[in-house]
Design a protein around this ligand. Structure first.
Ligand SMILES: [Zn+2]
Length: 417
């Protein structure tokens, strides 16, 4: 059997035929070259307008990288024709195995992009003896095709989240679809301003925005303003994940300050290495941590009182009626305001300000668990962290869409996995 037979099975072209296959001796990496020729009497297609046009001349041979096999790099070798088109002038013909001016075939780009979902870009580059830039370029092509072909109908619930980026105080705004039947990353924008979210709604379109029923978000003011204005029919839900993370941040602040105070006053350092004890849910603690926590609870420390307030607040989520949840919230806020612990009071003030939105959680009958946005948040952070190669916003954007966008994949003639 000839290699051509396999090639014709996996990638057959209507107007081109495979010629001879050569093994290139002496190349640094074992290489196969596969010659391509136009089918007899076929006319070239103008790359400008996509119509068959008379030939003009032929360019020198070019190599297009195809999917490697058995440890060999594989290249298509073809001398492109130029067409003389009455509309577009003299143009290089359209070649079905490649798009634009790329030197990698479409099949190879999709192949690399597919692997880049399973491995880091660095690992993909190493495994297939190509460069990080080639992997990036392939993923970028897959993402832009996928974004152009994705179906945006039937989106009724979205979640808005932000993640810190590049360690500094730079943020990315992420918008997810969180419907029961479809969960995916829809959109990414730089910063977390009014304008970031406005850009999302502009992209998403007026009609689709009006059709939104639920939006989960944080208490971040710029977001709330835009949501109220652009998605007037949606119920804005402040989700559990964001609220609990505000409380965790407050406890962290209280604990750090108090540990410093104790040290300065020369007391026993009871608070060292207690960070996770206070941030974890009690049911997630190990036996040893549990004993340690029980010990800590004997002290009347600000950190401990904050911890107890946070644990008490968990009860809020177990209510079913918005009315009683509201009553609980009021009592909790009053109590916290009397605690004289400034970071906790700050959270209580914020919760009071957003009382109606908080109670929307119960009006939506808790159908959106905090798990959805939280899960995406974790994955997004992991994706940006893993990708130390991402110096630019653009690369991070591409990586996030690729990992979380659930984008459609172009159906090629053959699956190469
Ligand atoms: Zn043309």
């Amino acid at each position: 059997m000839q290699l051509k037979t396999i090639l014709n099975r996996v990638q057959k072209f209507k107007s081109f035929v495979y010629g001879s296959v050569r093994l290139i001796e002496g190349a640094s990496v074992p290489t196969l070259e596969v010659e391509l020729q136009p089918r007899l009497n076929s006319r070239a297609v103008c790359s400008g307008c996509g119509r068959k046009r008379p030939g003009y001349d032929r360019l020198p041979e070019r190599c297009f990288e195809f999917i490697p096999m058995w440890g060999h790099k594989v290249f298509f070798v073809y001398a492109p024709r130029r067409t003389e088109c009455p509309e577009c002038g003299i143009r290089v013909e359209r070649m079905p195995w490649v798009a634009g001016k790329h030197r990698q075939t479409e099949a190879y780009a999709w192949f690399l992009a597919g692997w880049a979902k399973r491995l880091s870009w660095q690992e993909v580059a190493r495994a297939f003896r190509t460069s990080w830039d080639h992997v990036f370029c392939s993923v970028e092509r897959a993402v832009s095709w996928g974004r152009a072909h994705q179906d945006l109908s039937g989106v009724t619930a979205i979640g808005v989240d932000e993640i810190a980026w590049q360690r500094g105080h730079r943020y990315l705004t992420l918008v997810y679809q969180i419907d029961g039947h479809c969960k995916r990353l829809l959109w990414i924008g730089e910063k977390r301003t009014v304008r970031s979210l406005l850009r999302f709604f502009r992209w998403f379109g007026k009609e689709r925005s009006q059709a939104l029923g639920f939006i989960c978000s944080d208490m971040w003011k710029p977001y709330l303003k835009v949501i109220a204005k652009k998605a007037g029919n949606a119920l804005n839900i402040l989700d559990r994940f964001h609220i609990m993370s505000h409380l965790s941040k407050a406890i962290d602040q209280v604990r750090a300050q108090e540990a410093k105070d104790l040290q300065q006053k020369g007391y026993e350092p009871v608070l060292t290495k207690t960070r996770w004890l206070l941030l974890k849910r009690p049911e997630n603690l190990t036996g040893q941590q549990e004993a340690r926590l029980a010990d800590l609870l004997r002290y009347n420390l600000r950190s401990i009182r904050s911890y107890l307030l946070k644990e008490e607040f968990q009860l809020f989520w177990s209510y079913t009626s918005p009315y009683w949840a509201g009553r609980f919230l009021d009592t909790w806020c009053t109590k916290t305001m009397r605690s004289q612990i400034e970071p906790m009071k700050k959270v209580a003030r914020m919760l009071r300000r957003h009382r109606p939105l908080l109670l929307n959680w119960f009006r939506a009958r808790k159908q959106f668990s905090s798990g959805i946005v939280e899960g995406f948040n974790t994955k997004a952070k992991l994706t940006t962290r893993k990708a130390y190669g991402f110096r630019t916003y653009h690369a991070a954007e591409i990586a996030l869409y690729h990992a979380l966008g659930a984008l459609p994949v172009r159906k090629t003639t053959h699956e190469f996995f």
